[in-house]
Write a protein that binds this ligand. Structure first.
Ligand SMILES: *Cc1c(COP(=O)(O)O)cnc(C)c1O
Length: 413
């Protein structure tokens, strides 16, 4: 006898294991320390920004379990990259867990002050590819348009920490007129990616002014925004913002999330509002030690993103930003994680693993090897299970018809 609702172990354990199913549950971040705050304040993105945790004093009060590494890191942090965490996002930290994957992303650690010899302040060589300040023109047909140096919260591994949060005195002041003029004068630029800092920190009016000017340039076919605000500050994704954004299609948004716990009910609802406005959503993750360099965690994260209507776009090898060694995992580990994705789960869930080439070569894909050999007459492949297959080709490279059959002479007995 069998039943649909029970399993061999009495129905306790779902097929994918308890770990994965717990990771994939959608929960609210809750109110935590802010249970007294009114709903209207809590759900107001400007309240969240005003009440961010930005000092060691606040952090100590809210988190008595601060470790010596975090204490020292926070004392020194403001010299490299400011501390800022929205109350909403702070509630996702597990104060009892020293290895909490949320904690490692936003709470400064003393290791940030140790720069390895191969680490850099501008690891992707952006400043040397900027024809005008705030515009990075690395690829032939598209530009990265930096609109601000501020974010809702600061990721400790930020690749742009030389300017983001203005802790090191870079004094980033974009000149939108110059940036837009450059795009206007370069008809090869068909794709503009707004980033920073976080473009969604702007008021609707200020952001709309920028989008409208870009949309008015005939050769700009495609607009996109890179933002972590849906994850750090889902309250910002108001119906009014969505109604404004949808006027500038085709407009894509890339969000940045790294761990399934970041995908709360609040985030799912915010992403649903963007998707309902017709905005295709992608995700960019950074492969981080203690956070997501594990196939179970990564798979849960990617599957949960699909449940939020987000297509995983890139997973980045952690850039060689100064003071990030404690968060870096090896390319070998990255490839092991990738190996557990392709074929094992939905193809839509599988991002492209890339290394942003140190010094400014752009994003280079790295992938487990599936082509075992390629000769004049065949490609030898392995699939996700390790089984071997041959794809025959004609020696001149044109596709082959039916493979030639070798006819064996029957042996005489
Ligand atoms: C990542 C990036 C882009 C966009 O690259 P896609 O592969 O098209 O997403 C454009 N310019 C710069 C400088 C970038 O770093």
């Amino acid at each position: 006898m069998h039943s649909d609702t029970t399993t061999a172990n009495g129905g306790e354990e779902p097929p994918s294991g308890p770990c994965s199913s717990l990771l994939k549950q959608f929960r609210s971040a809750g109110r935590g320390f802010w249970h007294d705050v009114s709903d209207s304040d809590w759900n107001d993105w400007r309240w969240q920004l005003k009440n961010r945790i930005t000092t060691l004093g606040q952090l100590e009060r809210l988190m008595p379990t601060l470790t010596p590494e975090e204490y020292a890191g926070t004392q020194l942090a403001n010299h490299k990259l400011a501390l800022a965490i929205t109350p909403y996002f702070f509630n996702l930290i597990d104060p009892a867990d020293e290895h909490c994957p949320i904690r490692w992303q936003v709470i400064p650690r003393v290791e940030e002050t140790h720069a390895a010899a191969w680490e850099m302040t501008d690891p992707c060589g952006e400043d040397s590819h900027s024809p005008v300040p705030g515009l990075v023109h690395r690829y032939p047909d598209r530009v990265l348009f930096l609109v601000t140096d501020r974010c809702a919260a600061y990721c400790r591994y930020c690749t742009r920490s030389r300017l983001v949060s203005n802790a090191t005195g870079y004094d980033f002041h974009p000149h939108f007129d110059e940036q837009i003029d450059y795009i206007r004068q370069h008809p090869e630029v068909r794709d503009v990616l707004l980033s920073g800092g976080d473009p969604l920190l702007f008021s609707d009016e200020k952001l709309e002014h920028l989008l409208a000017q870009l949309r008015a340039i005939p050769h700009v076919e495609f607009l996109r925004i890179g933002t972590r605000i849906p994850v750090f500050l889902p309250q910002r994704i108001t119906p009014e913002l969505c109604a404004m954004l949808r006027k500038y299609h085709p407009l894509f948004i890339s969000i940045h999330s790294n761990h399934p716990r970041e995908l709360t009910t609040e985030v799912r609802d915010a992403l649903g509002r963007l998707a309902d406005a017709g905005i295709p959503l992608g995700n960019q993750s950074v492969l981080l030690r203690h956070v997501n360099d594990d196939p179970t965690v990564m798979t849960a994260q990617l599957q949960k993103l699909l449940m939020c209507r987000v297509k995983p776009y890139y997973v980045y090898q952690c850039d060689l930003i100064s003071g990030s060694a404690h968060l870096r995992t090896s390319v070998r580990r990255g490839l092991e994680v990738m190996e557990e994705l392709r074929g094992h789960t939905t193809g839509y869930a599988v991002p492209t693993y890339v290394i942003d080439a140190p010094g400014g070569g752009g994003k280079v894909p790295v992938s487990p090897e599936y082509v075992l050999s390629r000769n004049a007459d065949r490609v030898v492949l392995r699939n996700y299970e390790g089984r071997i297959f041959e794809y025959p080709e004609a020696p001149d490279g044109t596709p082959k018809g039916a493979p030639p059959r070798e006819i064996e002479e029957p042996e005489l007995v």
